[in-house]
Design a protein around this ligand. Structure first.
Ligand SMILES: Nc1ncnc2c1ncn2[C@@H]1O[C@H](COP(=O)(O)OP(=O)(O)OP(=O)(O)O)[C@@H](O)[C@H]1O
Ligand SMILES: [Mg+2]
Length: 396
C-alpha cells in the first residue's frame, strides 16, 4: 500500500536511492532540518521517516527523540536512520534515541526498499491506526466569564500548544453550537464536516467521530460547530449528545479541549461534569469580575470543587484601572495564569486564519499559553467528578 514517507536530509546524497520509493508509488515529503521535519510530521502525518544521521551537530539523535515523542498510544512512527557504515557511535546513539533501523551509506535502493517494506508491514499506516488512549484523556473546558474576553483564542491556541509543544494528541470541540467560529479562526470552509454529522449518524461512537473530525495543519483534530444556527438543535441536550461525544473522544485522544457556550445549559453542565479543569477566561474589568464571582459561587453550589477551576486573566497588562493583584483581592482567590495583551498579534492571526501558536509562536501571547498548558499538563490531581450536574432551581 502506498505510504507517506518523510526524508530528513541536509543534502541530496540520498536522493537517487530514495527514488526507488517514489517508483513504488510512495509519496515522499522532504525536510532539510529538524524544525522542518517536526512541522511536516504534524502537517503530513507520514507513515515512516528516513533520517540522515549526519544532519549536523546533535540534531540527529535529538530529532529522533522528538519524532518518537510524537507517537501517541497505539500509534508508532517507524524511523530509519542512515549514516556512515563505520560510524558505530552514530548507529548506537540513534537506536537508543528511538530509531527502528539503521542503514549504511551509500543507500542501496533494493535494501532501502526491503527495509521500508518490512517496517511498514509491522506498523499500520498512521492514518489507519486507531487512536487508542490507554487512560481516558483529560477534558479541559474553556468558559468565558463574558463575551469577547478571548476564550476561543485561548482554547484554539492551547490546543495547538498541547500538540506542538507538549506532543499530546488533541481534539478541540467547538461547543458554541449556534455561533461557533472555529472555521473563521482557522480559515476553514463551510464544506467541512461538523458535529451534526456525528449526531445524525445511527450511533455516536469512536468510528463516526474519527470520520467527522477535521485534521488541522497544526496536528489537532477539530469537531466543528454546525454551519448554521438552526442546526444547533440537532445536538440534543435531553439525549446528552455532547456528553456522549466527549466521553467517546476521551477514549481517542490524550486531551479533549472544549470551547464552551456562555449559557449554563444542560450541554455546558454535561461538559463541566466531565472536565478535569474548568478554565475560566476573564479580563480585568468590573463586569467580568462580577461574572467570575457568579461562576465561582454557582460551581460551589453544584459541587464542583474550587481546585478544578483555573482562572486565566487574558490581556493581563491592558490598562483597565484594575491590576492583577486587585483582581485577586476582589475575587479572594489567586489567578492561575496570565496572558498578555497584544491586539496586533491576536487580530493579525484572526484575519489570516493562522493561529498565534503557528504564526507568532515566539510572541509573548504564545509564551503565556505555552506556560499555561505546560502547567496544566502536570500530574493530574485525582478529583471525584459528580455523575451529573444540576443548577439549583433548574427543575427535575
Ligand atoms: N491576549 C490578547 N490580546 C489582544 N487581543 C486579544 C487577546 N486575546 C483575544 N484577543 C482578541 O479579542 C477578540 C475576541 O476574542 P475571541 O473571539 O477569542 O473571544 P471570545 O471570548 O471567544 O468571544 P465570544 O464571546 O464572541 O465567543 C478577538 O479580536 C481576539 O483577536
Ligand atoms: Mg468564542
Amino acid at each position: 500500500m502506498p505510504a507517506r514517507i518523510l526524508l530528513v536530509a541536509a543534502d541530496q546524497s540520498a536522493a537517487a536511492a530514495v527514488d526507488v520509493l517514489t517508483g513504488e508509488g510512495h509519496r515522499l515529503v522532504a525536510a532539510h532540518d529538524a524544525r522542518e521535519a517536526l512541522a511536516l510530521v504534524d502537517a503530513e502525518r507520514p507513515d515512516l521517516a528516513l533520517v540522515d544521521a549526519e544532519l549536523g551537530g546533535s540534531s540527529g539523535p535529538d530529532l529522533l527523540r522528538r519524532l518518537r515523542a510524537t507517537d501517541t498510544p497505539g500509534s508508532h512512527l517507524p524511523l530509519i536512520l542512515f549514516g556512515a557504515a563505520a560510524d558505530v557511535a552514530a548507529k548506537v546513539s540513534g537506536l537508543r534515541a528511538g530509531a527502528d533501523d539503521y542503514l549504511a551509506k551509500p543507500l542501496h535502493p533494493v535494501e532501502l526498499s526491503a527495509r521500508v517494506r518490512a517496517l511498514l508491514a509491522r506498523h499500520a499506516p498512521r492514518a489507519q491506526q486507531p487512536a487508542v488512549a490507554t487512560a481516558p484523556g483529560r477534558v479541559l473546558a474553556f468558559y468565558g466569564a463574558k463575551g469577547g474576553v478571548g476564550t476561543t483564542t485561548l482554547a484554539i491556541n492551547a490546543a495547538i500548544a498541547l500538540r506542538r509543544n507538549v506532543h499530546r494528541s488533541v481534539a478541540l470541540v467547538d461547543a458554541n453550537l449556534q455561533f461557533g467560529d472555529h472555521r473563521v479562526f482557522l480559515d476553514l470552509g463551510t464544506d467541512r464536516r461538523s458535529i451534526v454529522d456525528a449526531v445524525t449518524a445511527t450511533e455516536i461512537d469512536q468510528d463516526i467521530l474519527r470520520r467527522t473530525v477535521v485534521r488541522h495543519e497544526s496536528g489537532i483534530d477539530l469537531l466543528l460547530a454546525p454551519v448554521t444556527p438552526e442546526n444547533a438543535e440537532l445536538v440534543n441536550a435531553e439525549h446528552h449528545h455532547l456528553h456522549t461525544i466527549i466521553e467517546a473522544l476521551r477514549g481517542m485522544y490524550e486531551y479533549v479541549l472544549v470551547d464552551l457556550d456562555k449559557r449554563f445549559d444542560e450541554h455546558t453542565l454535561d461538559v463541566i461534569s466531565l472536565a478535569e479543569s474548568l478554565v475560566v477566561v476573564m479580563t480585568a474589568d468590573l463586569s467580568c469580575l462580577k461574572n467570575v464571582r457568579l461562576v465561582l459561587d454557582t460551581m460551589a453550589q453544584i459541587g464542583v470543587p474550587e481546585e478544578r477551576m483555573q482562572l486565566v486573566l487574558n490581556r493581563s497588562n491592558a490598562y483597565t484601572g484594575i491590576n492583577p493583584k486587585a483582581v485577586e483581592s476582589v475575587l479572594r482567590r489567586e489567578i492561575n495564569f496570565q496572558v498578555v495583551n497584544d491586539y496586533r498579534v491576536a487580530i493579525g492571526s484572526l484575519n489570516t486564519g493562522s493561529p498565534v501558536m503557528m504564526r507568532r509562536a515566539d510572541s509573548p501571547i504564545a509564551k503565556g499559553i505555552i506556560d499555561m498548558v505546560t502547567e496544566l499538563d502536570g500530574p493530574a490531581e485525582p478529583v471525584a467528578r459528580p455523575a451529573a450536574l444540576k443548577l439549583v432551581g433548574a427543575g427535575a
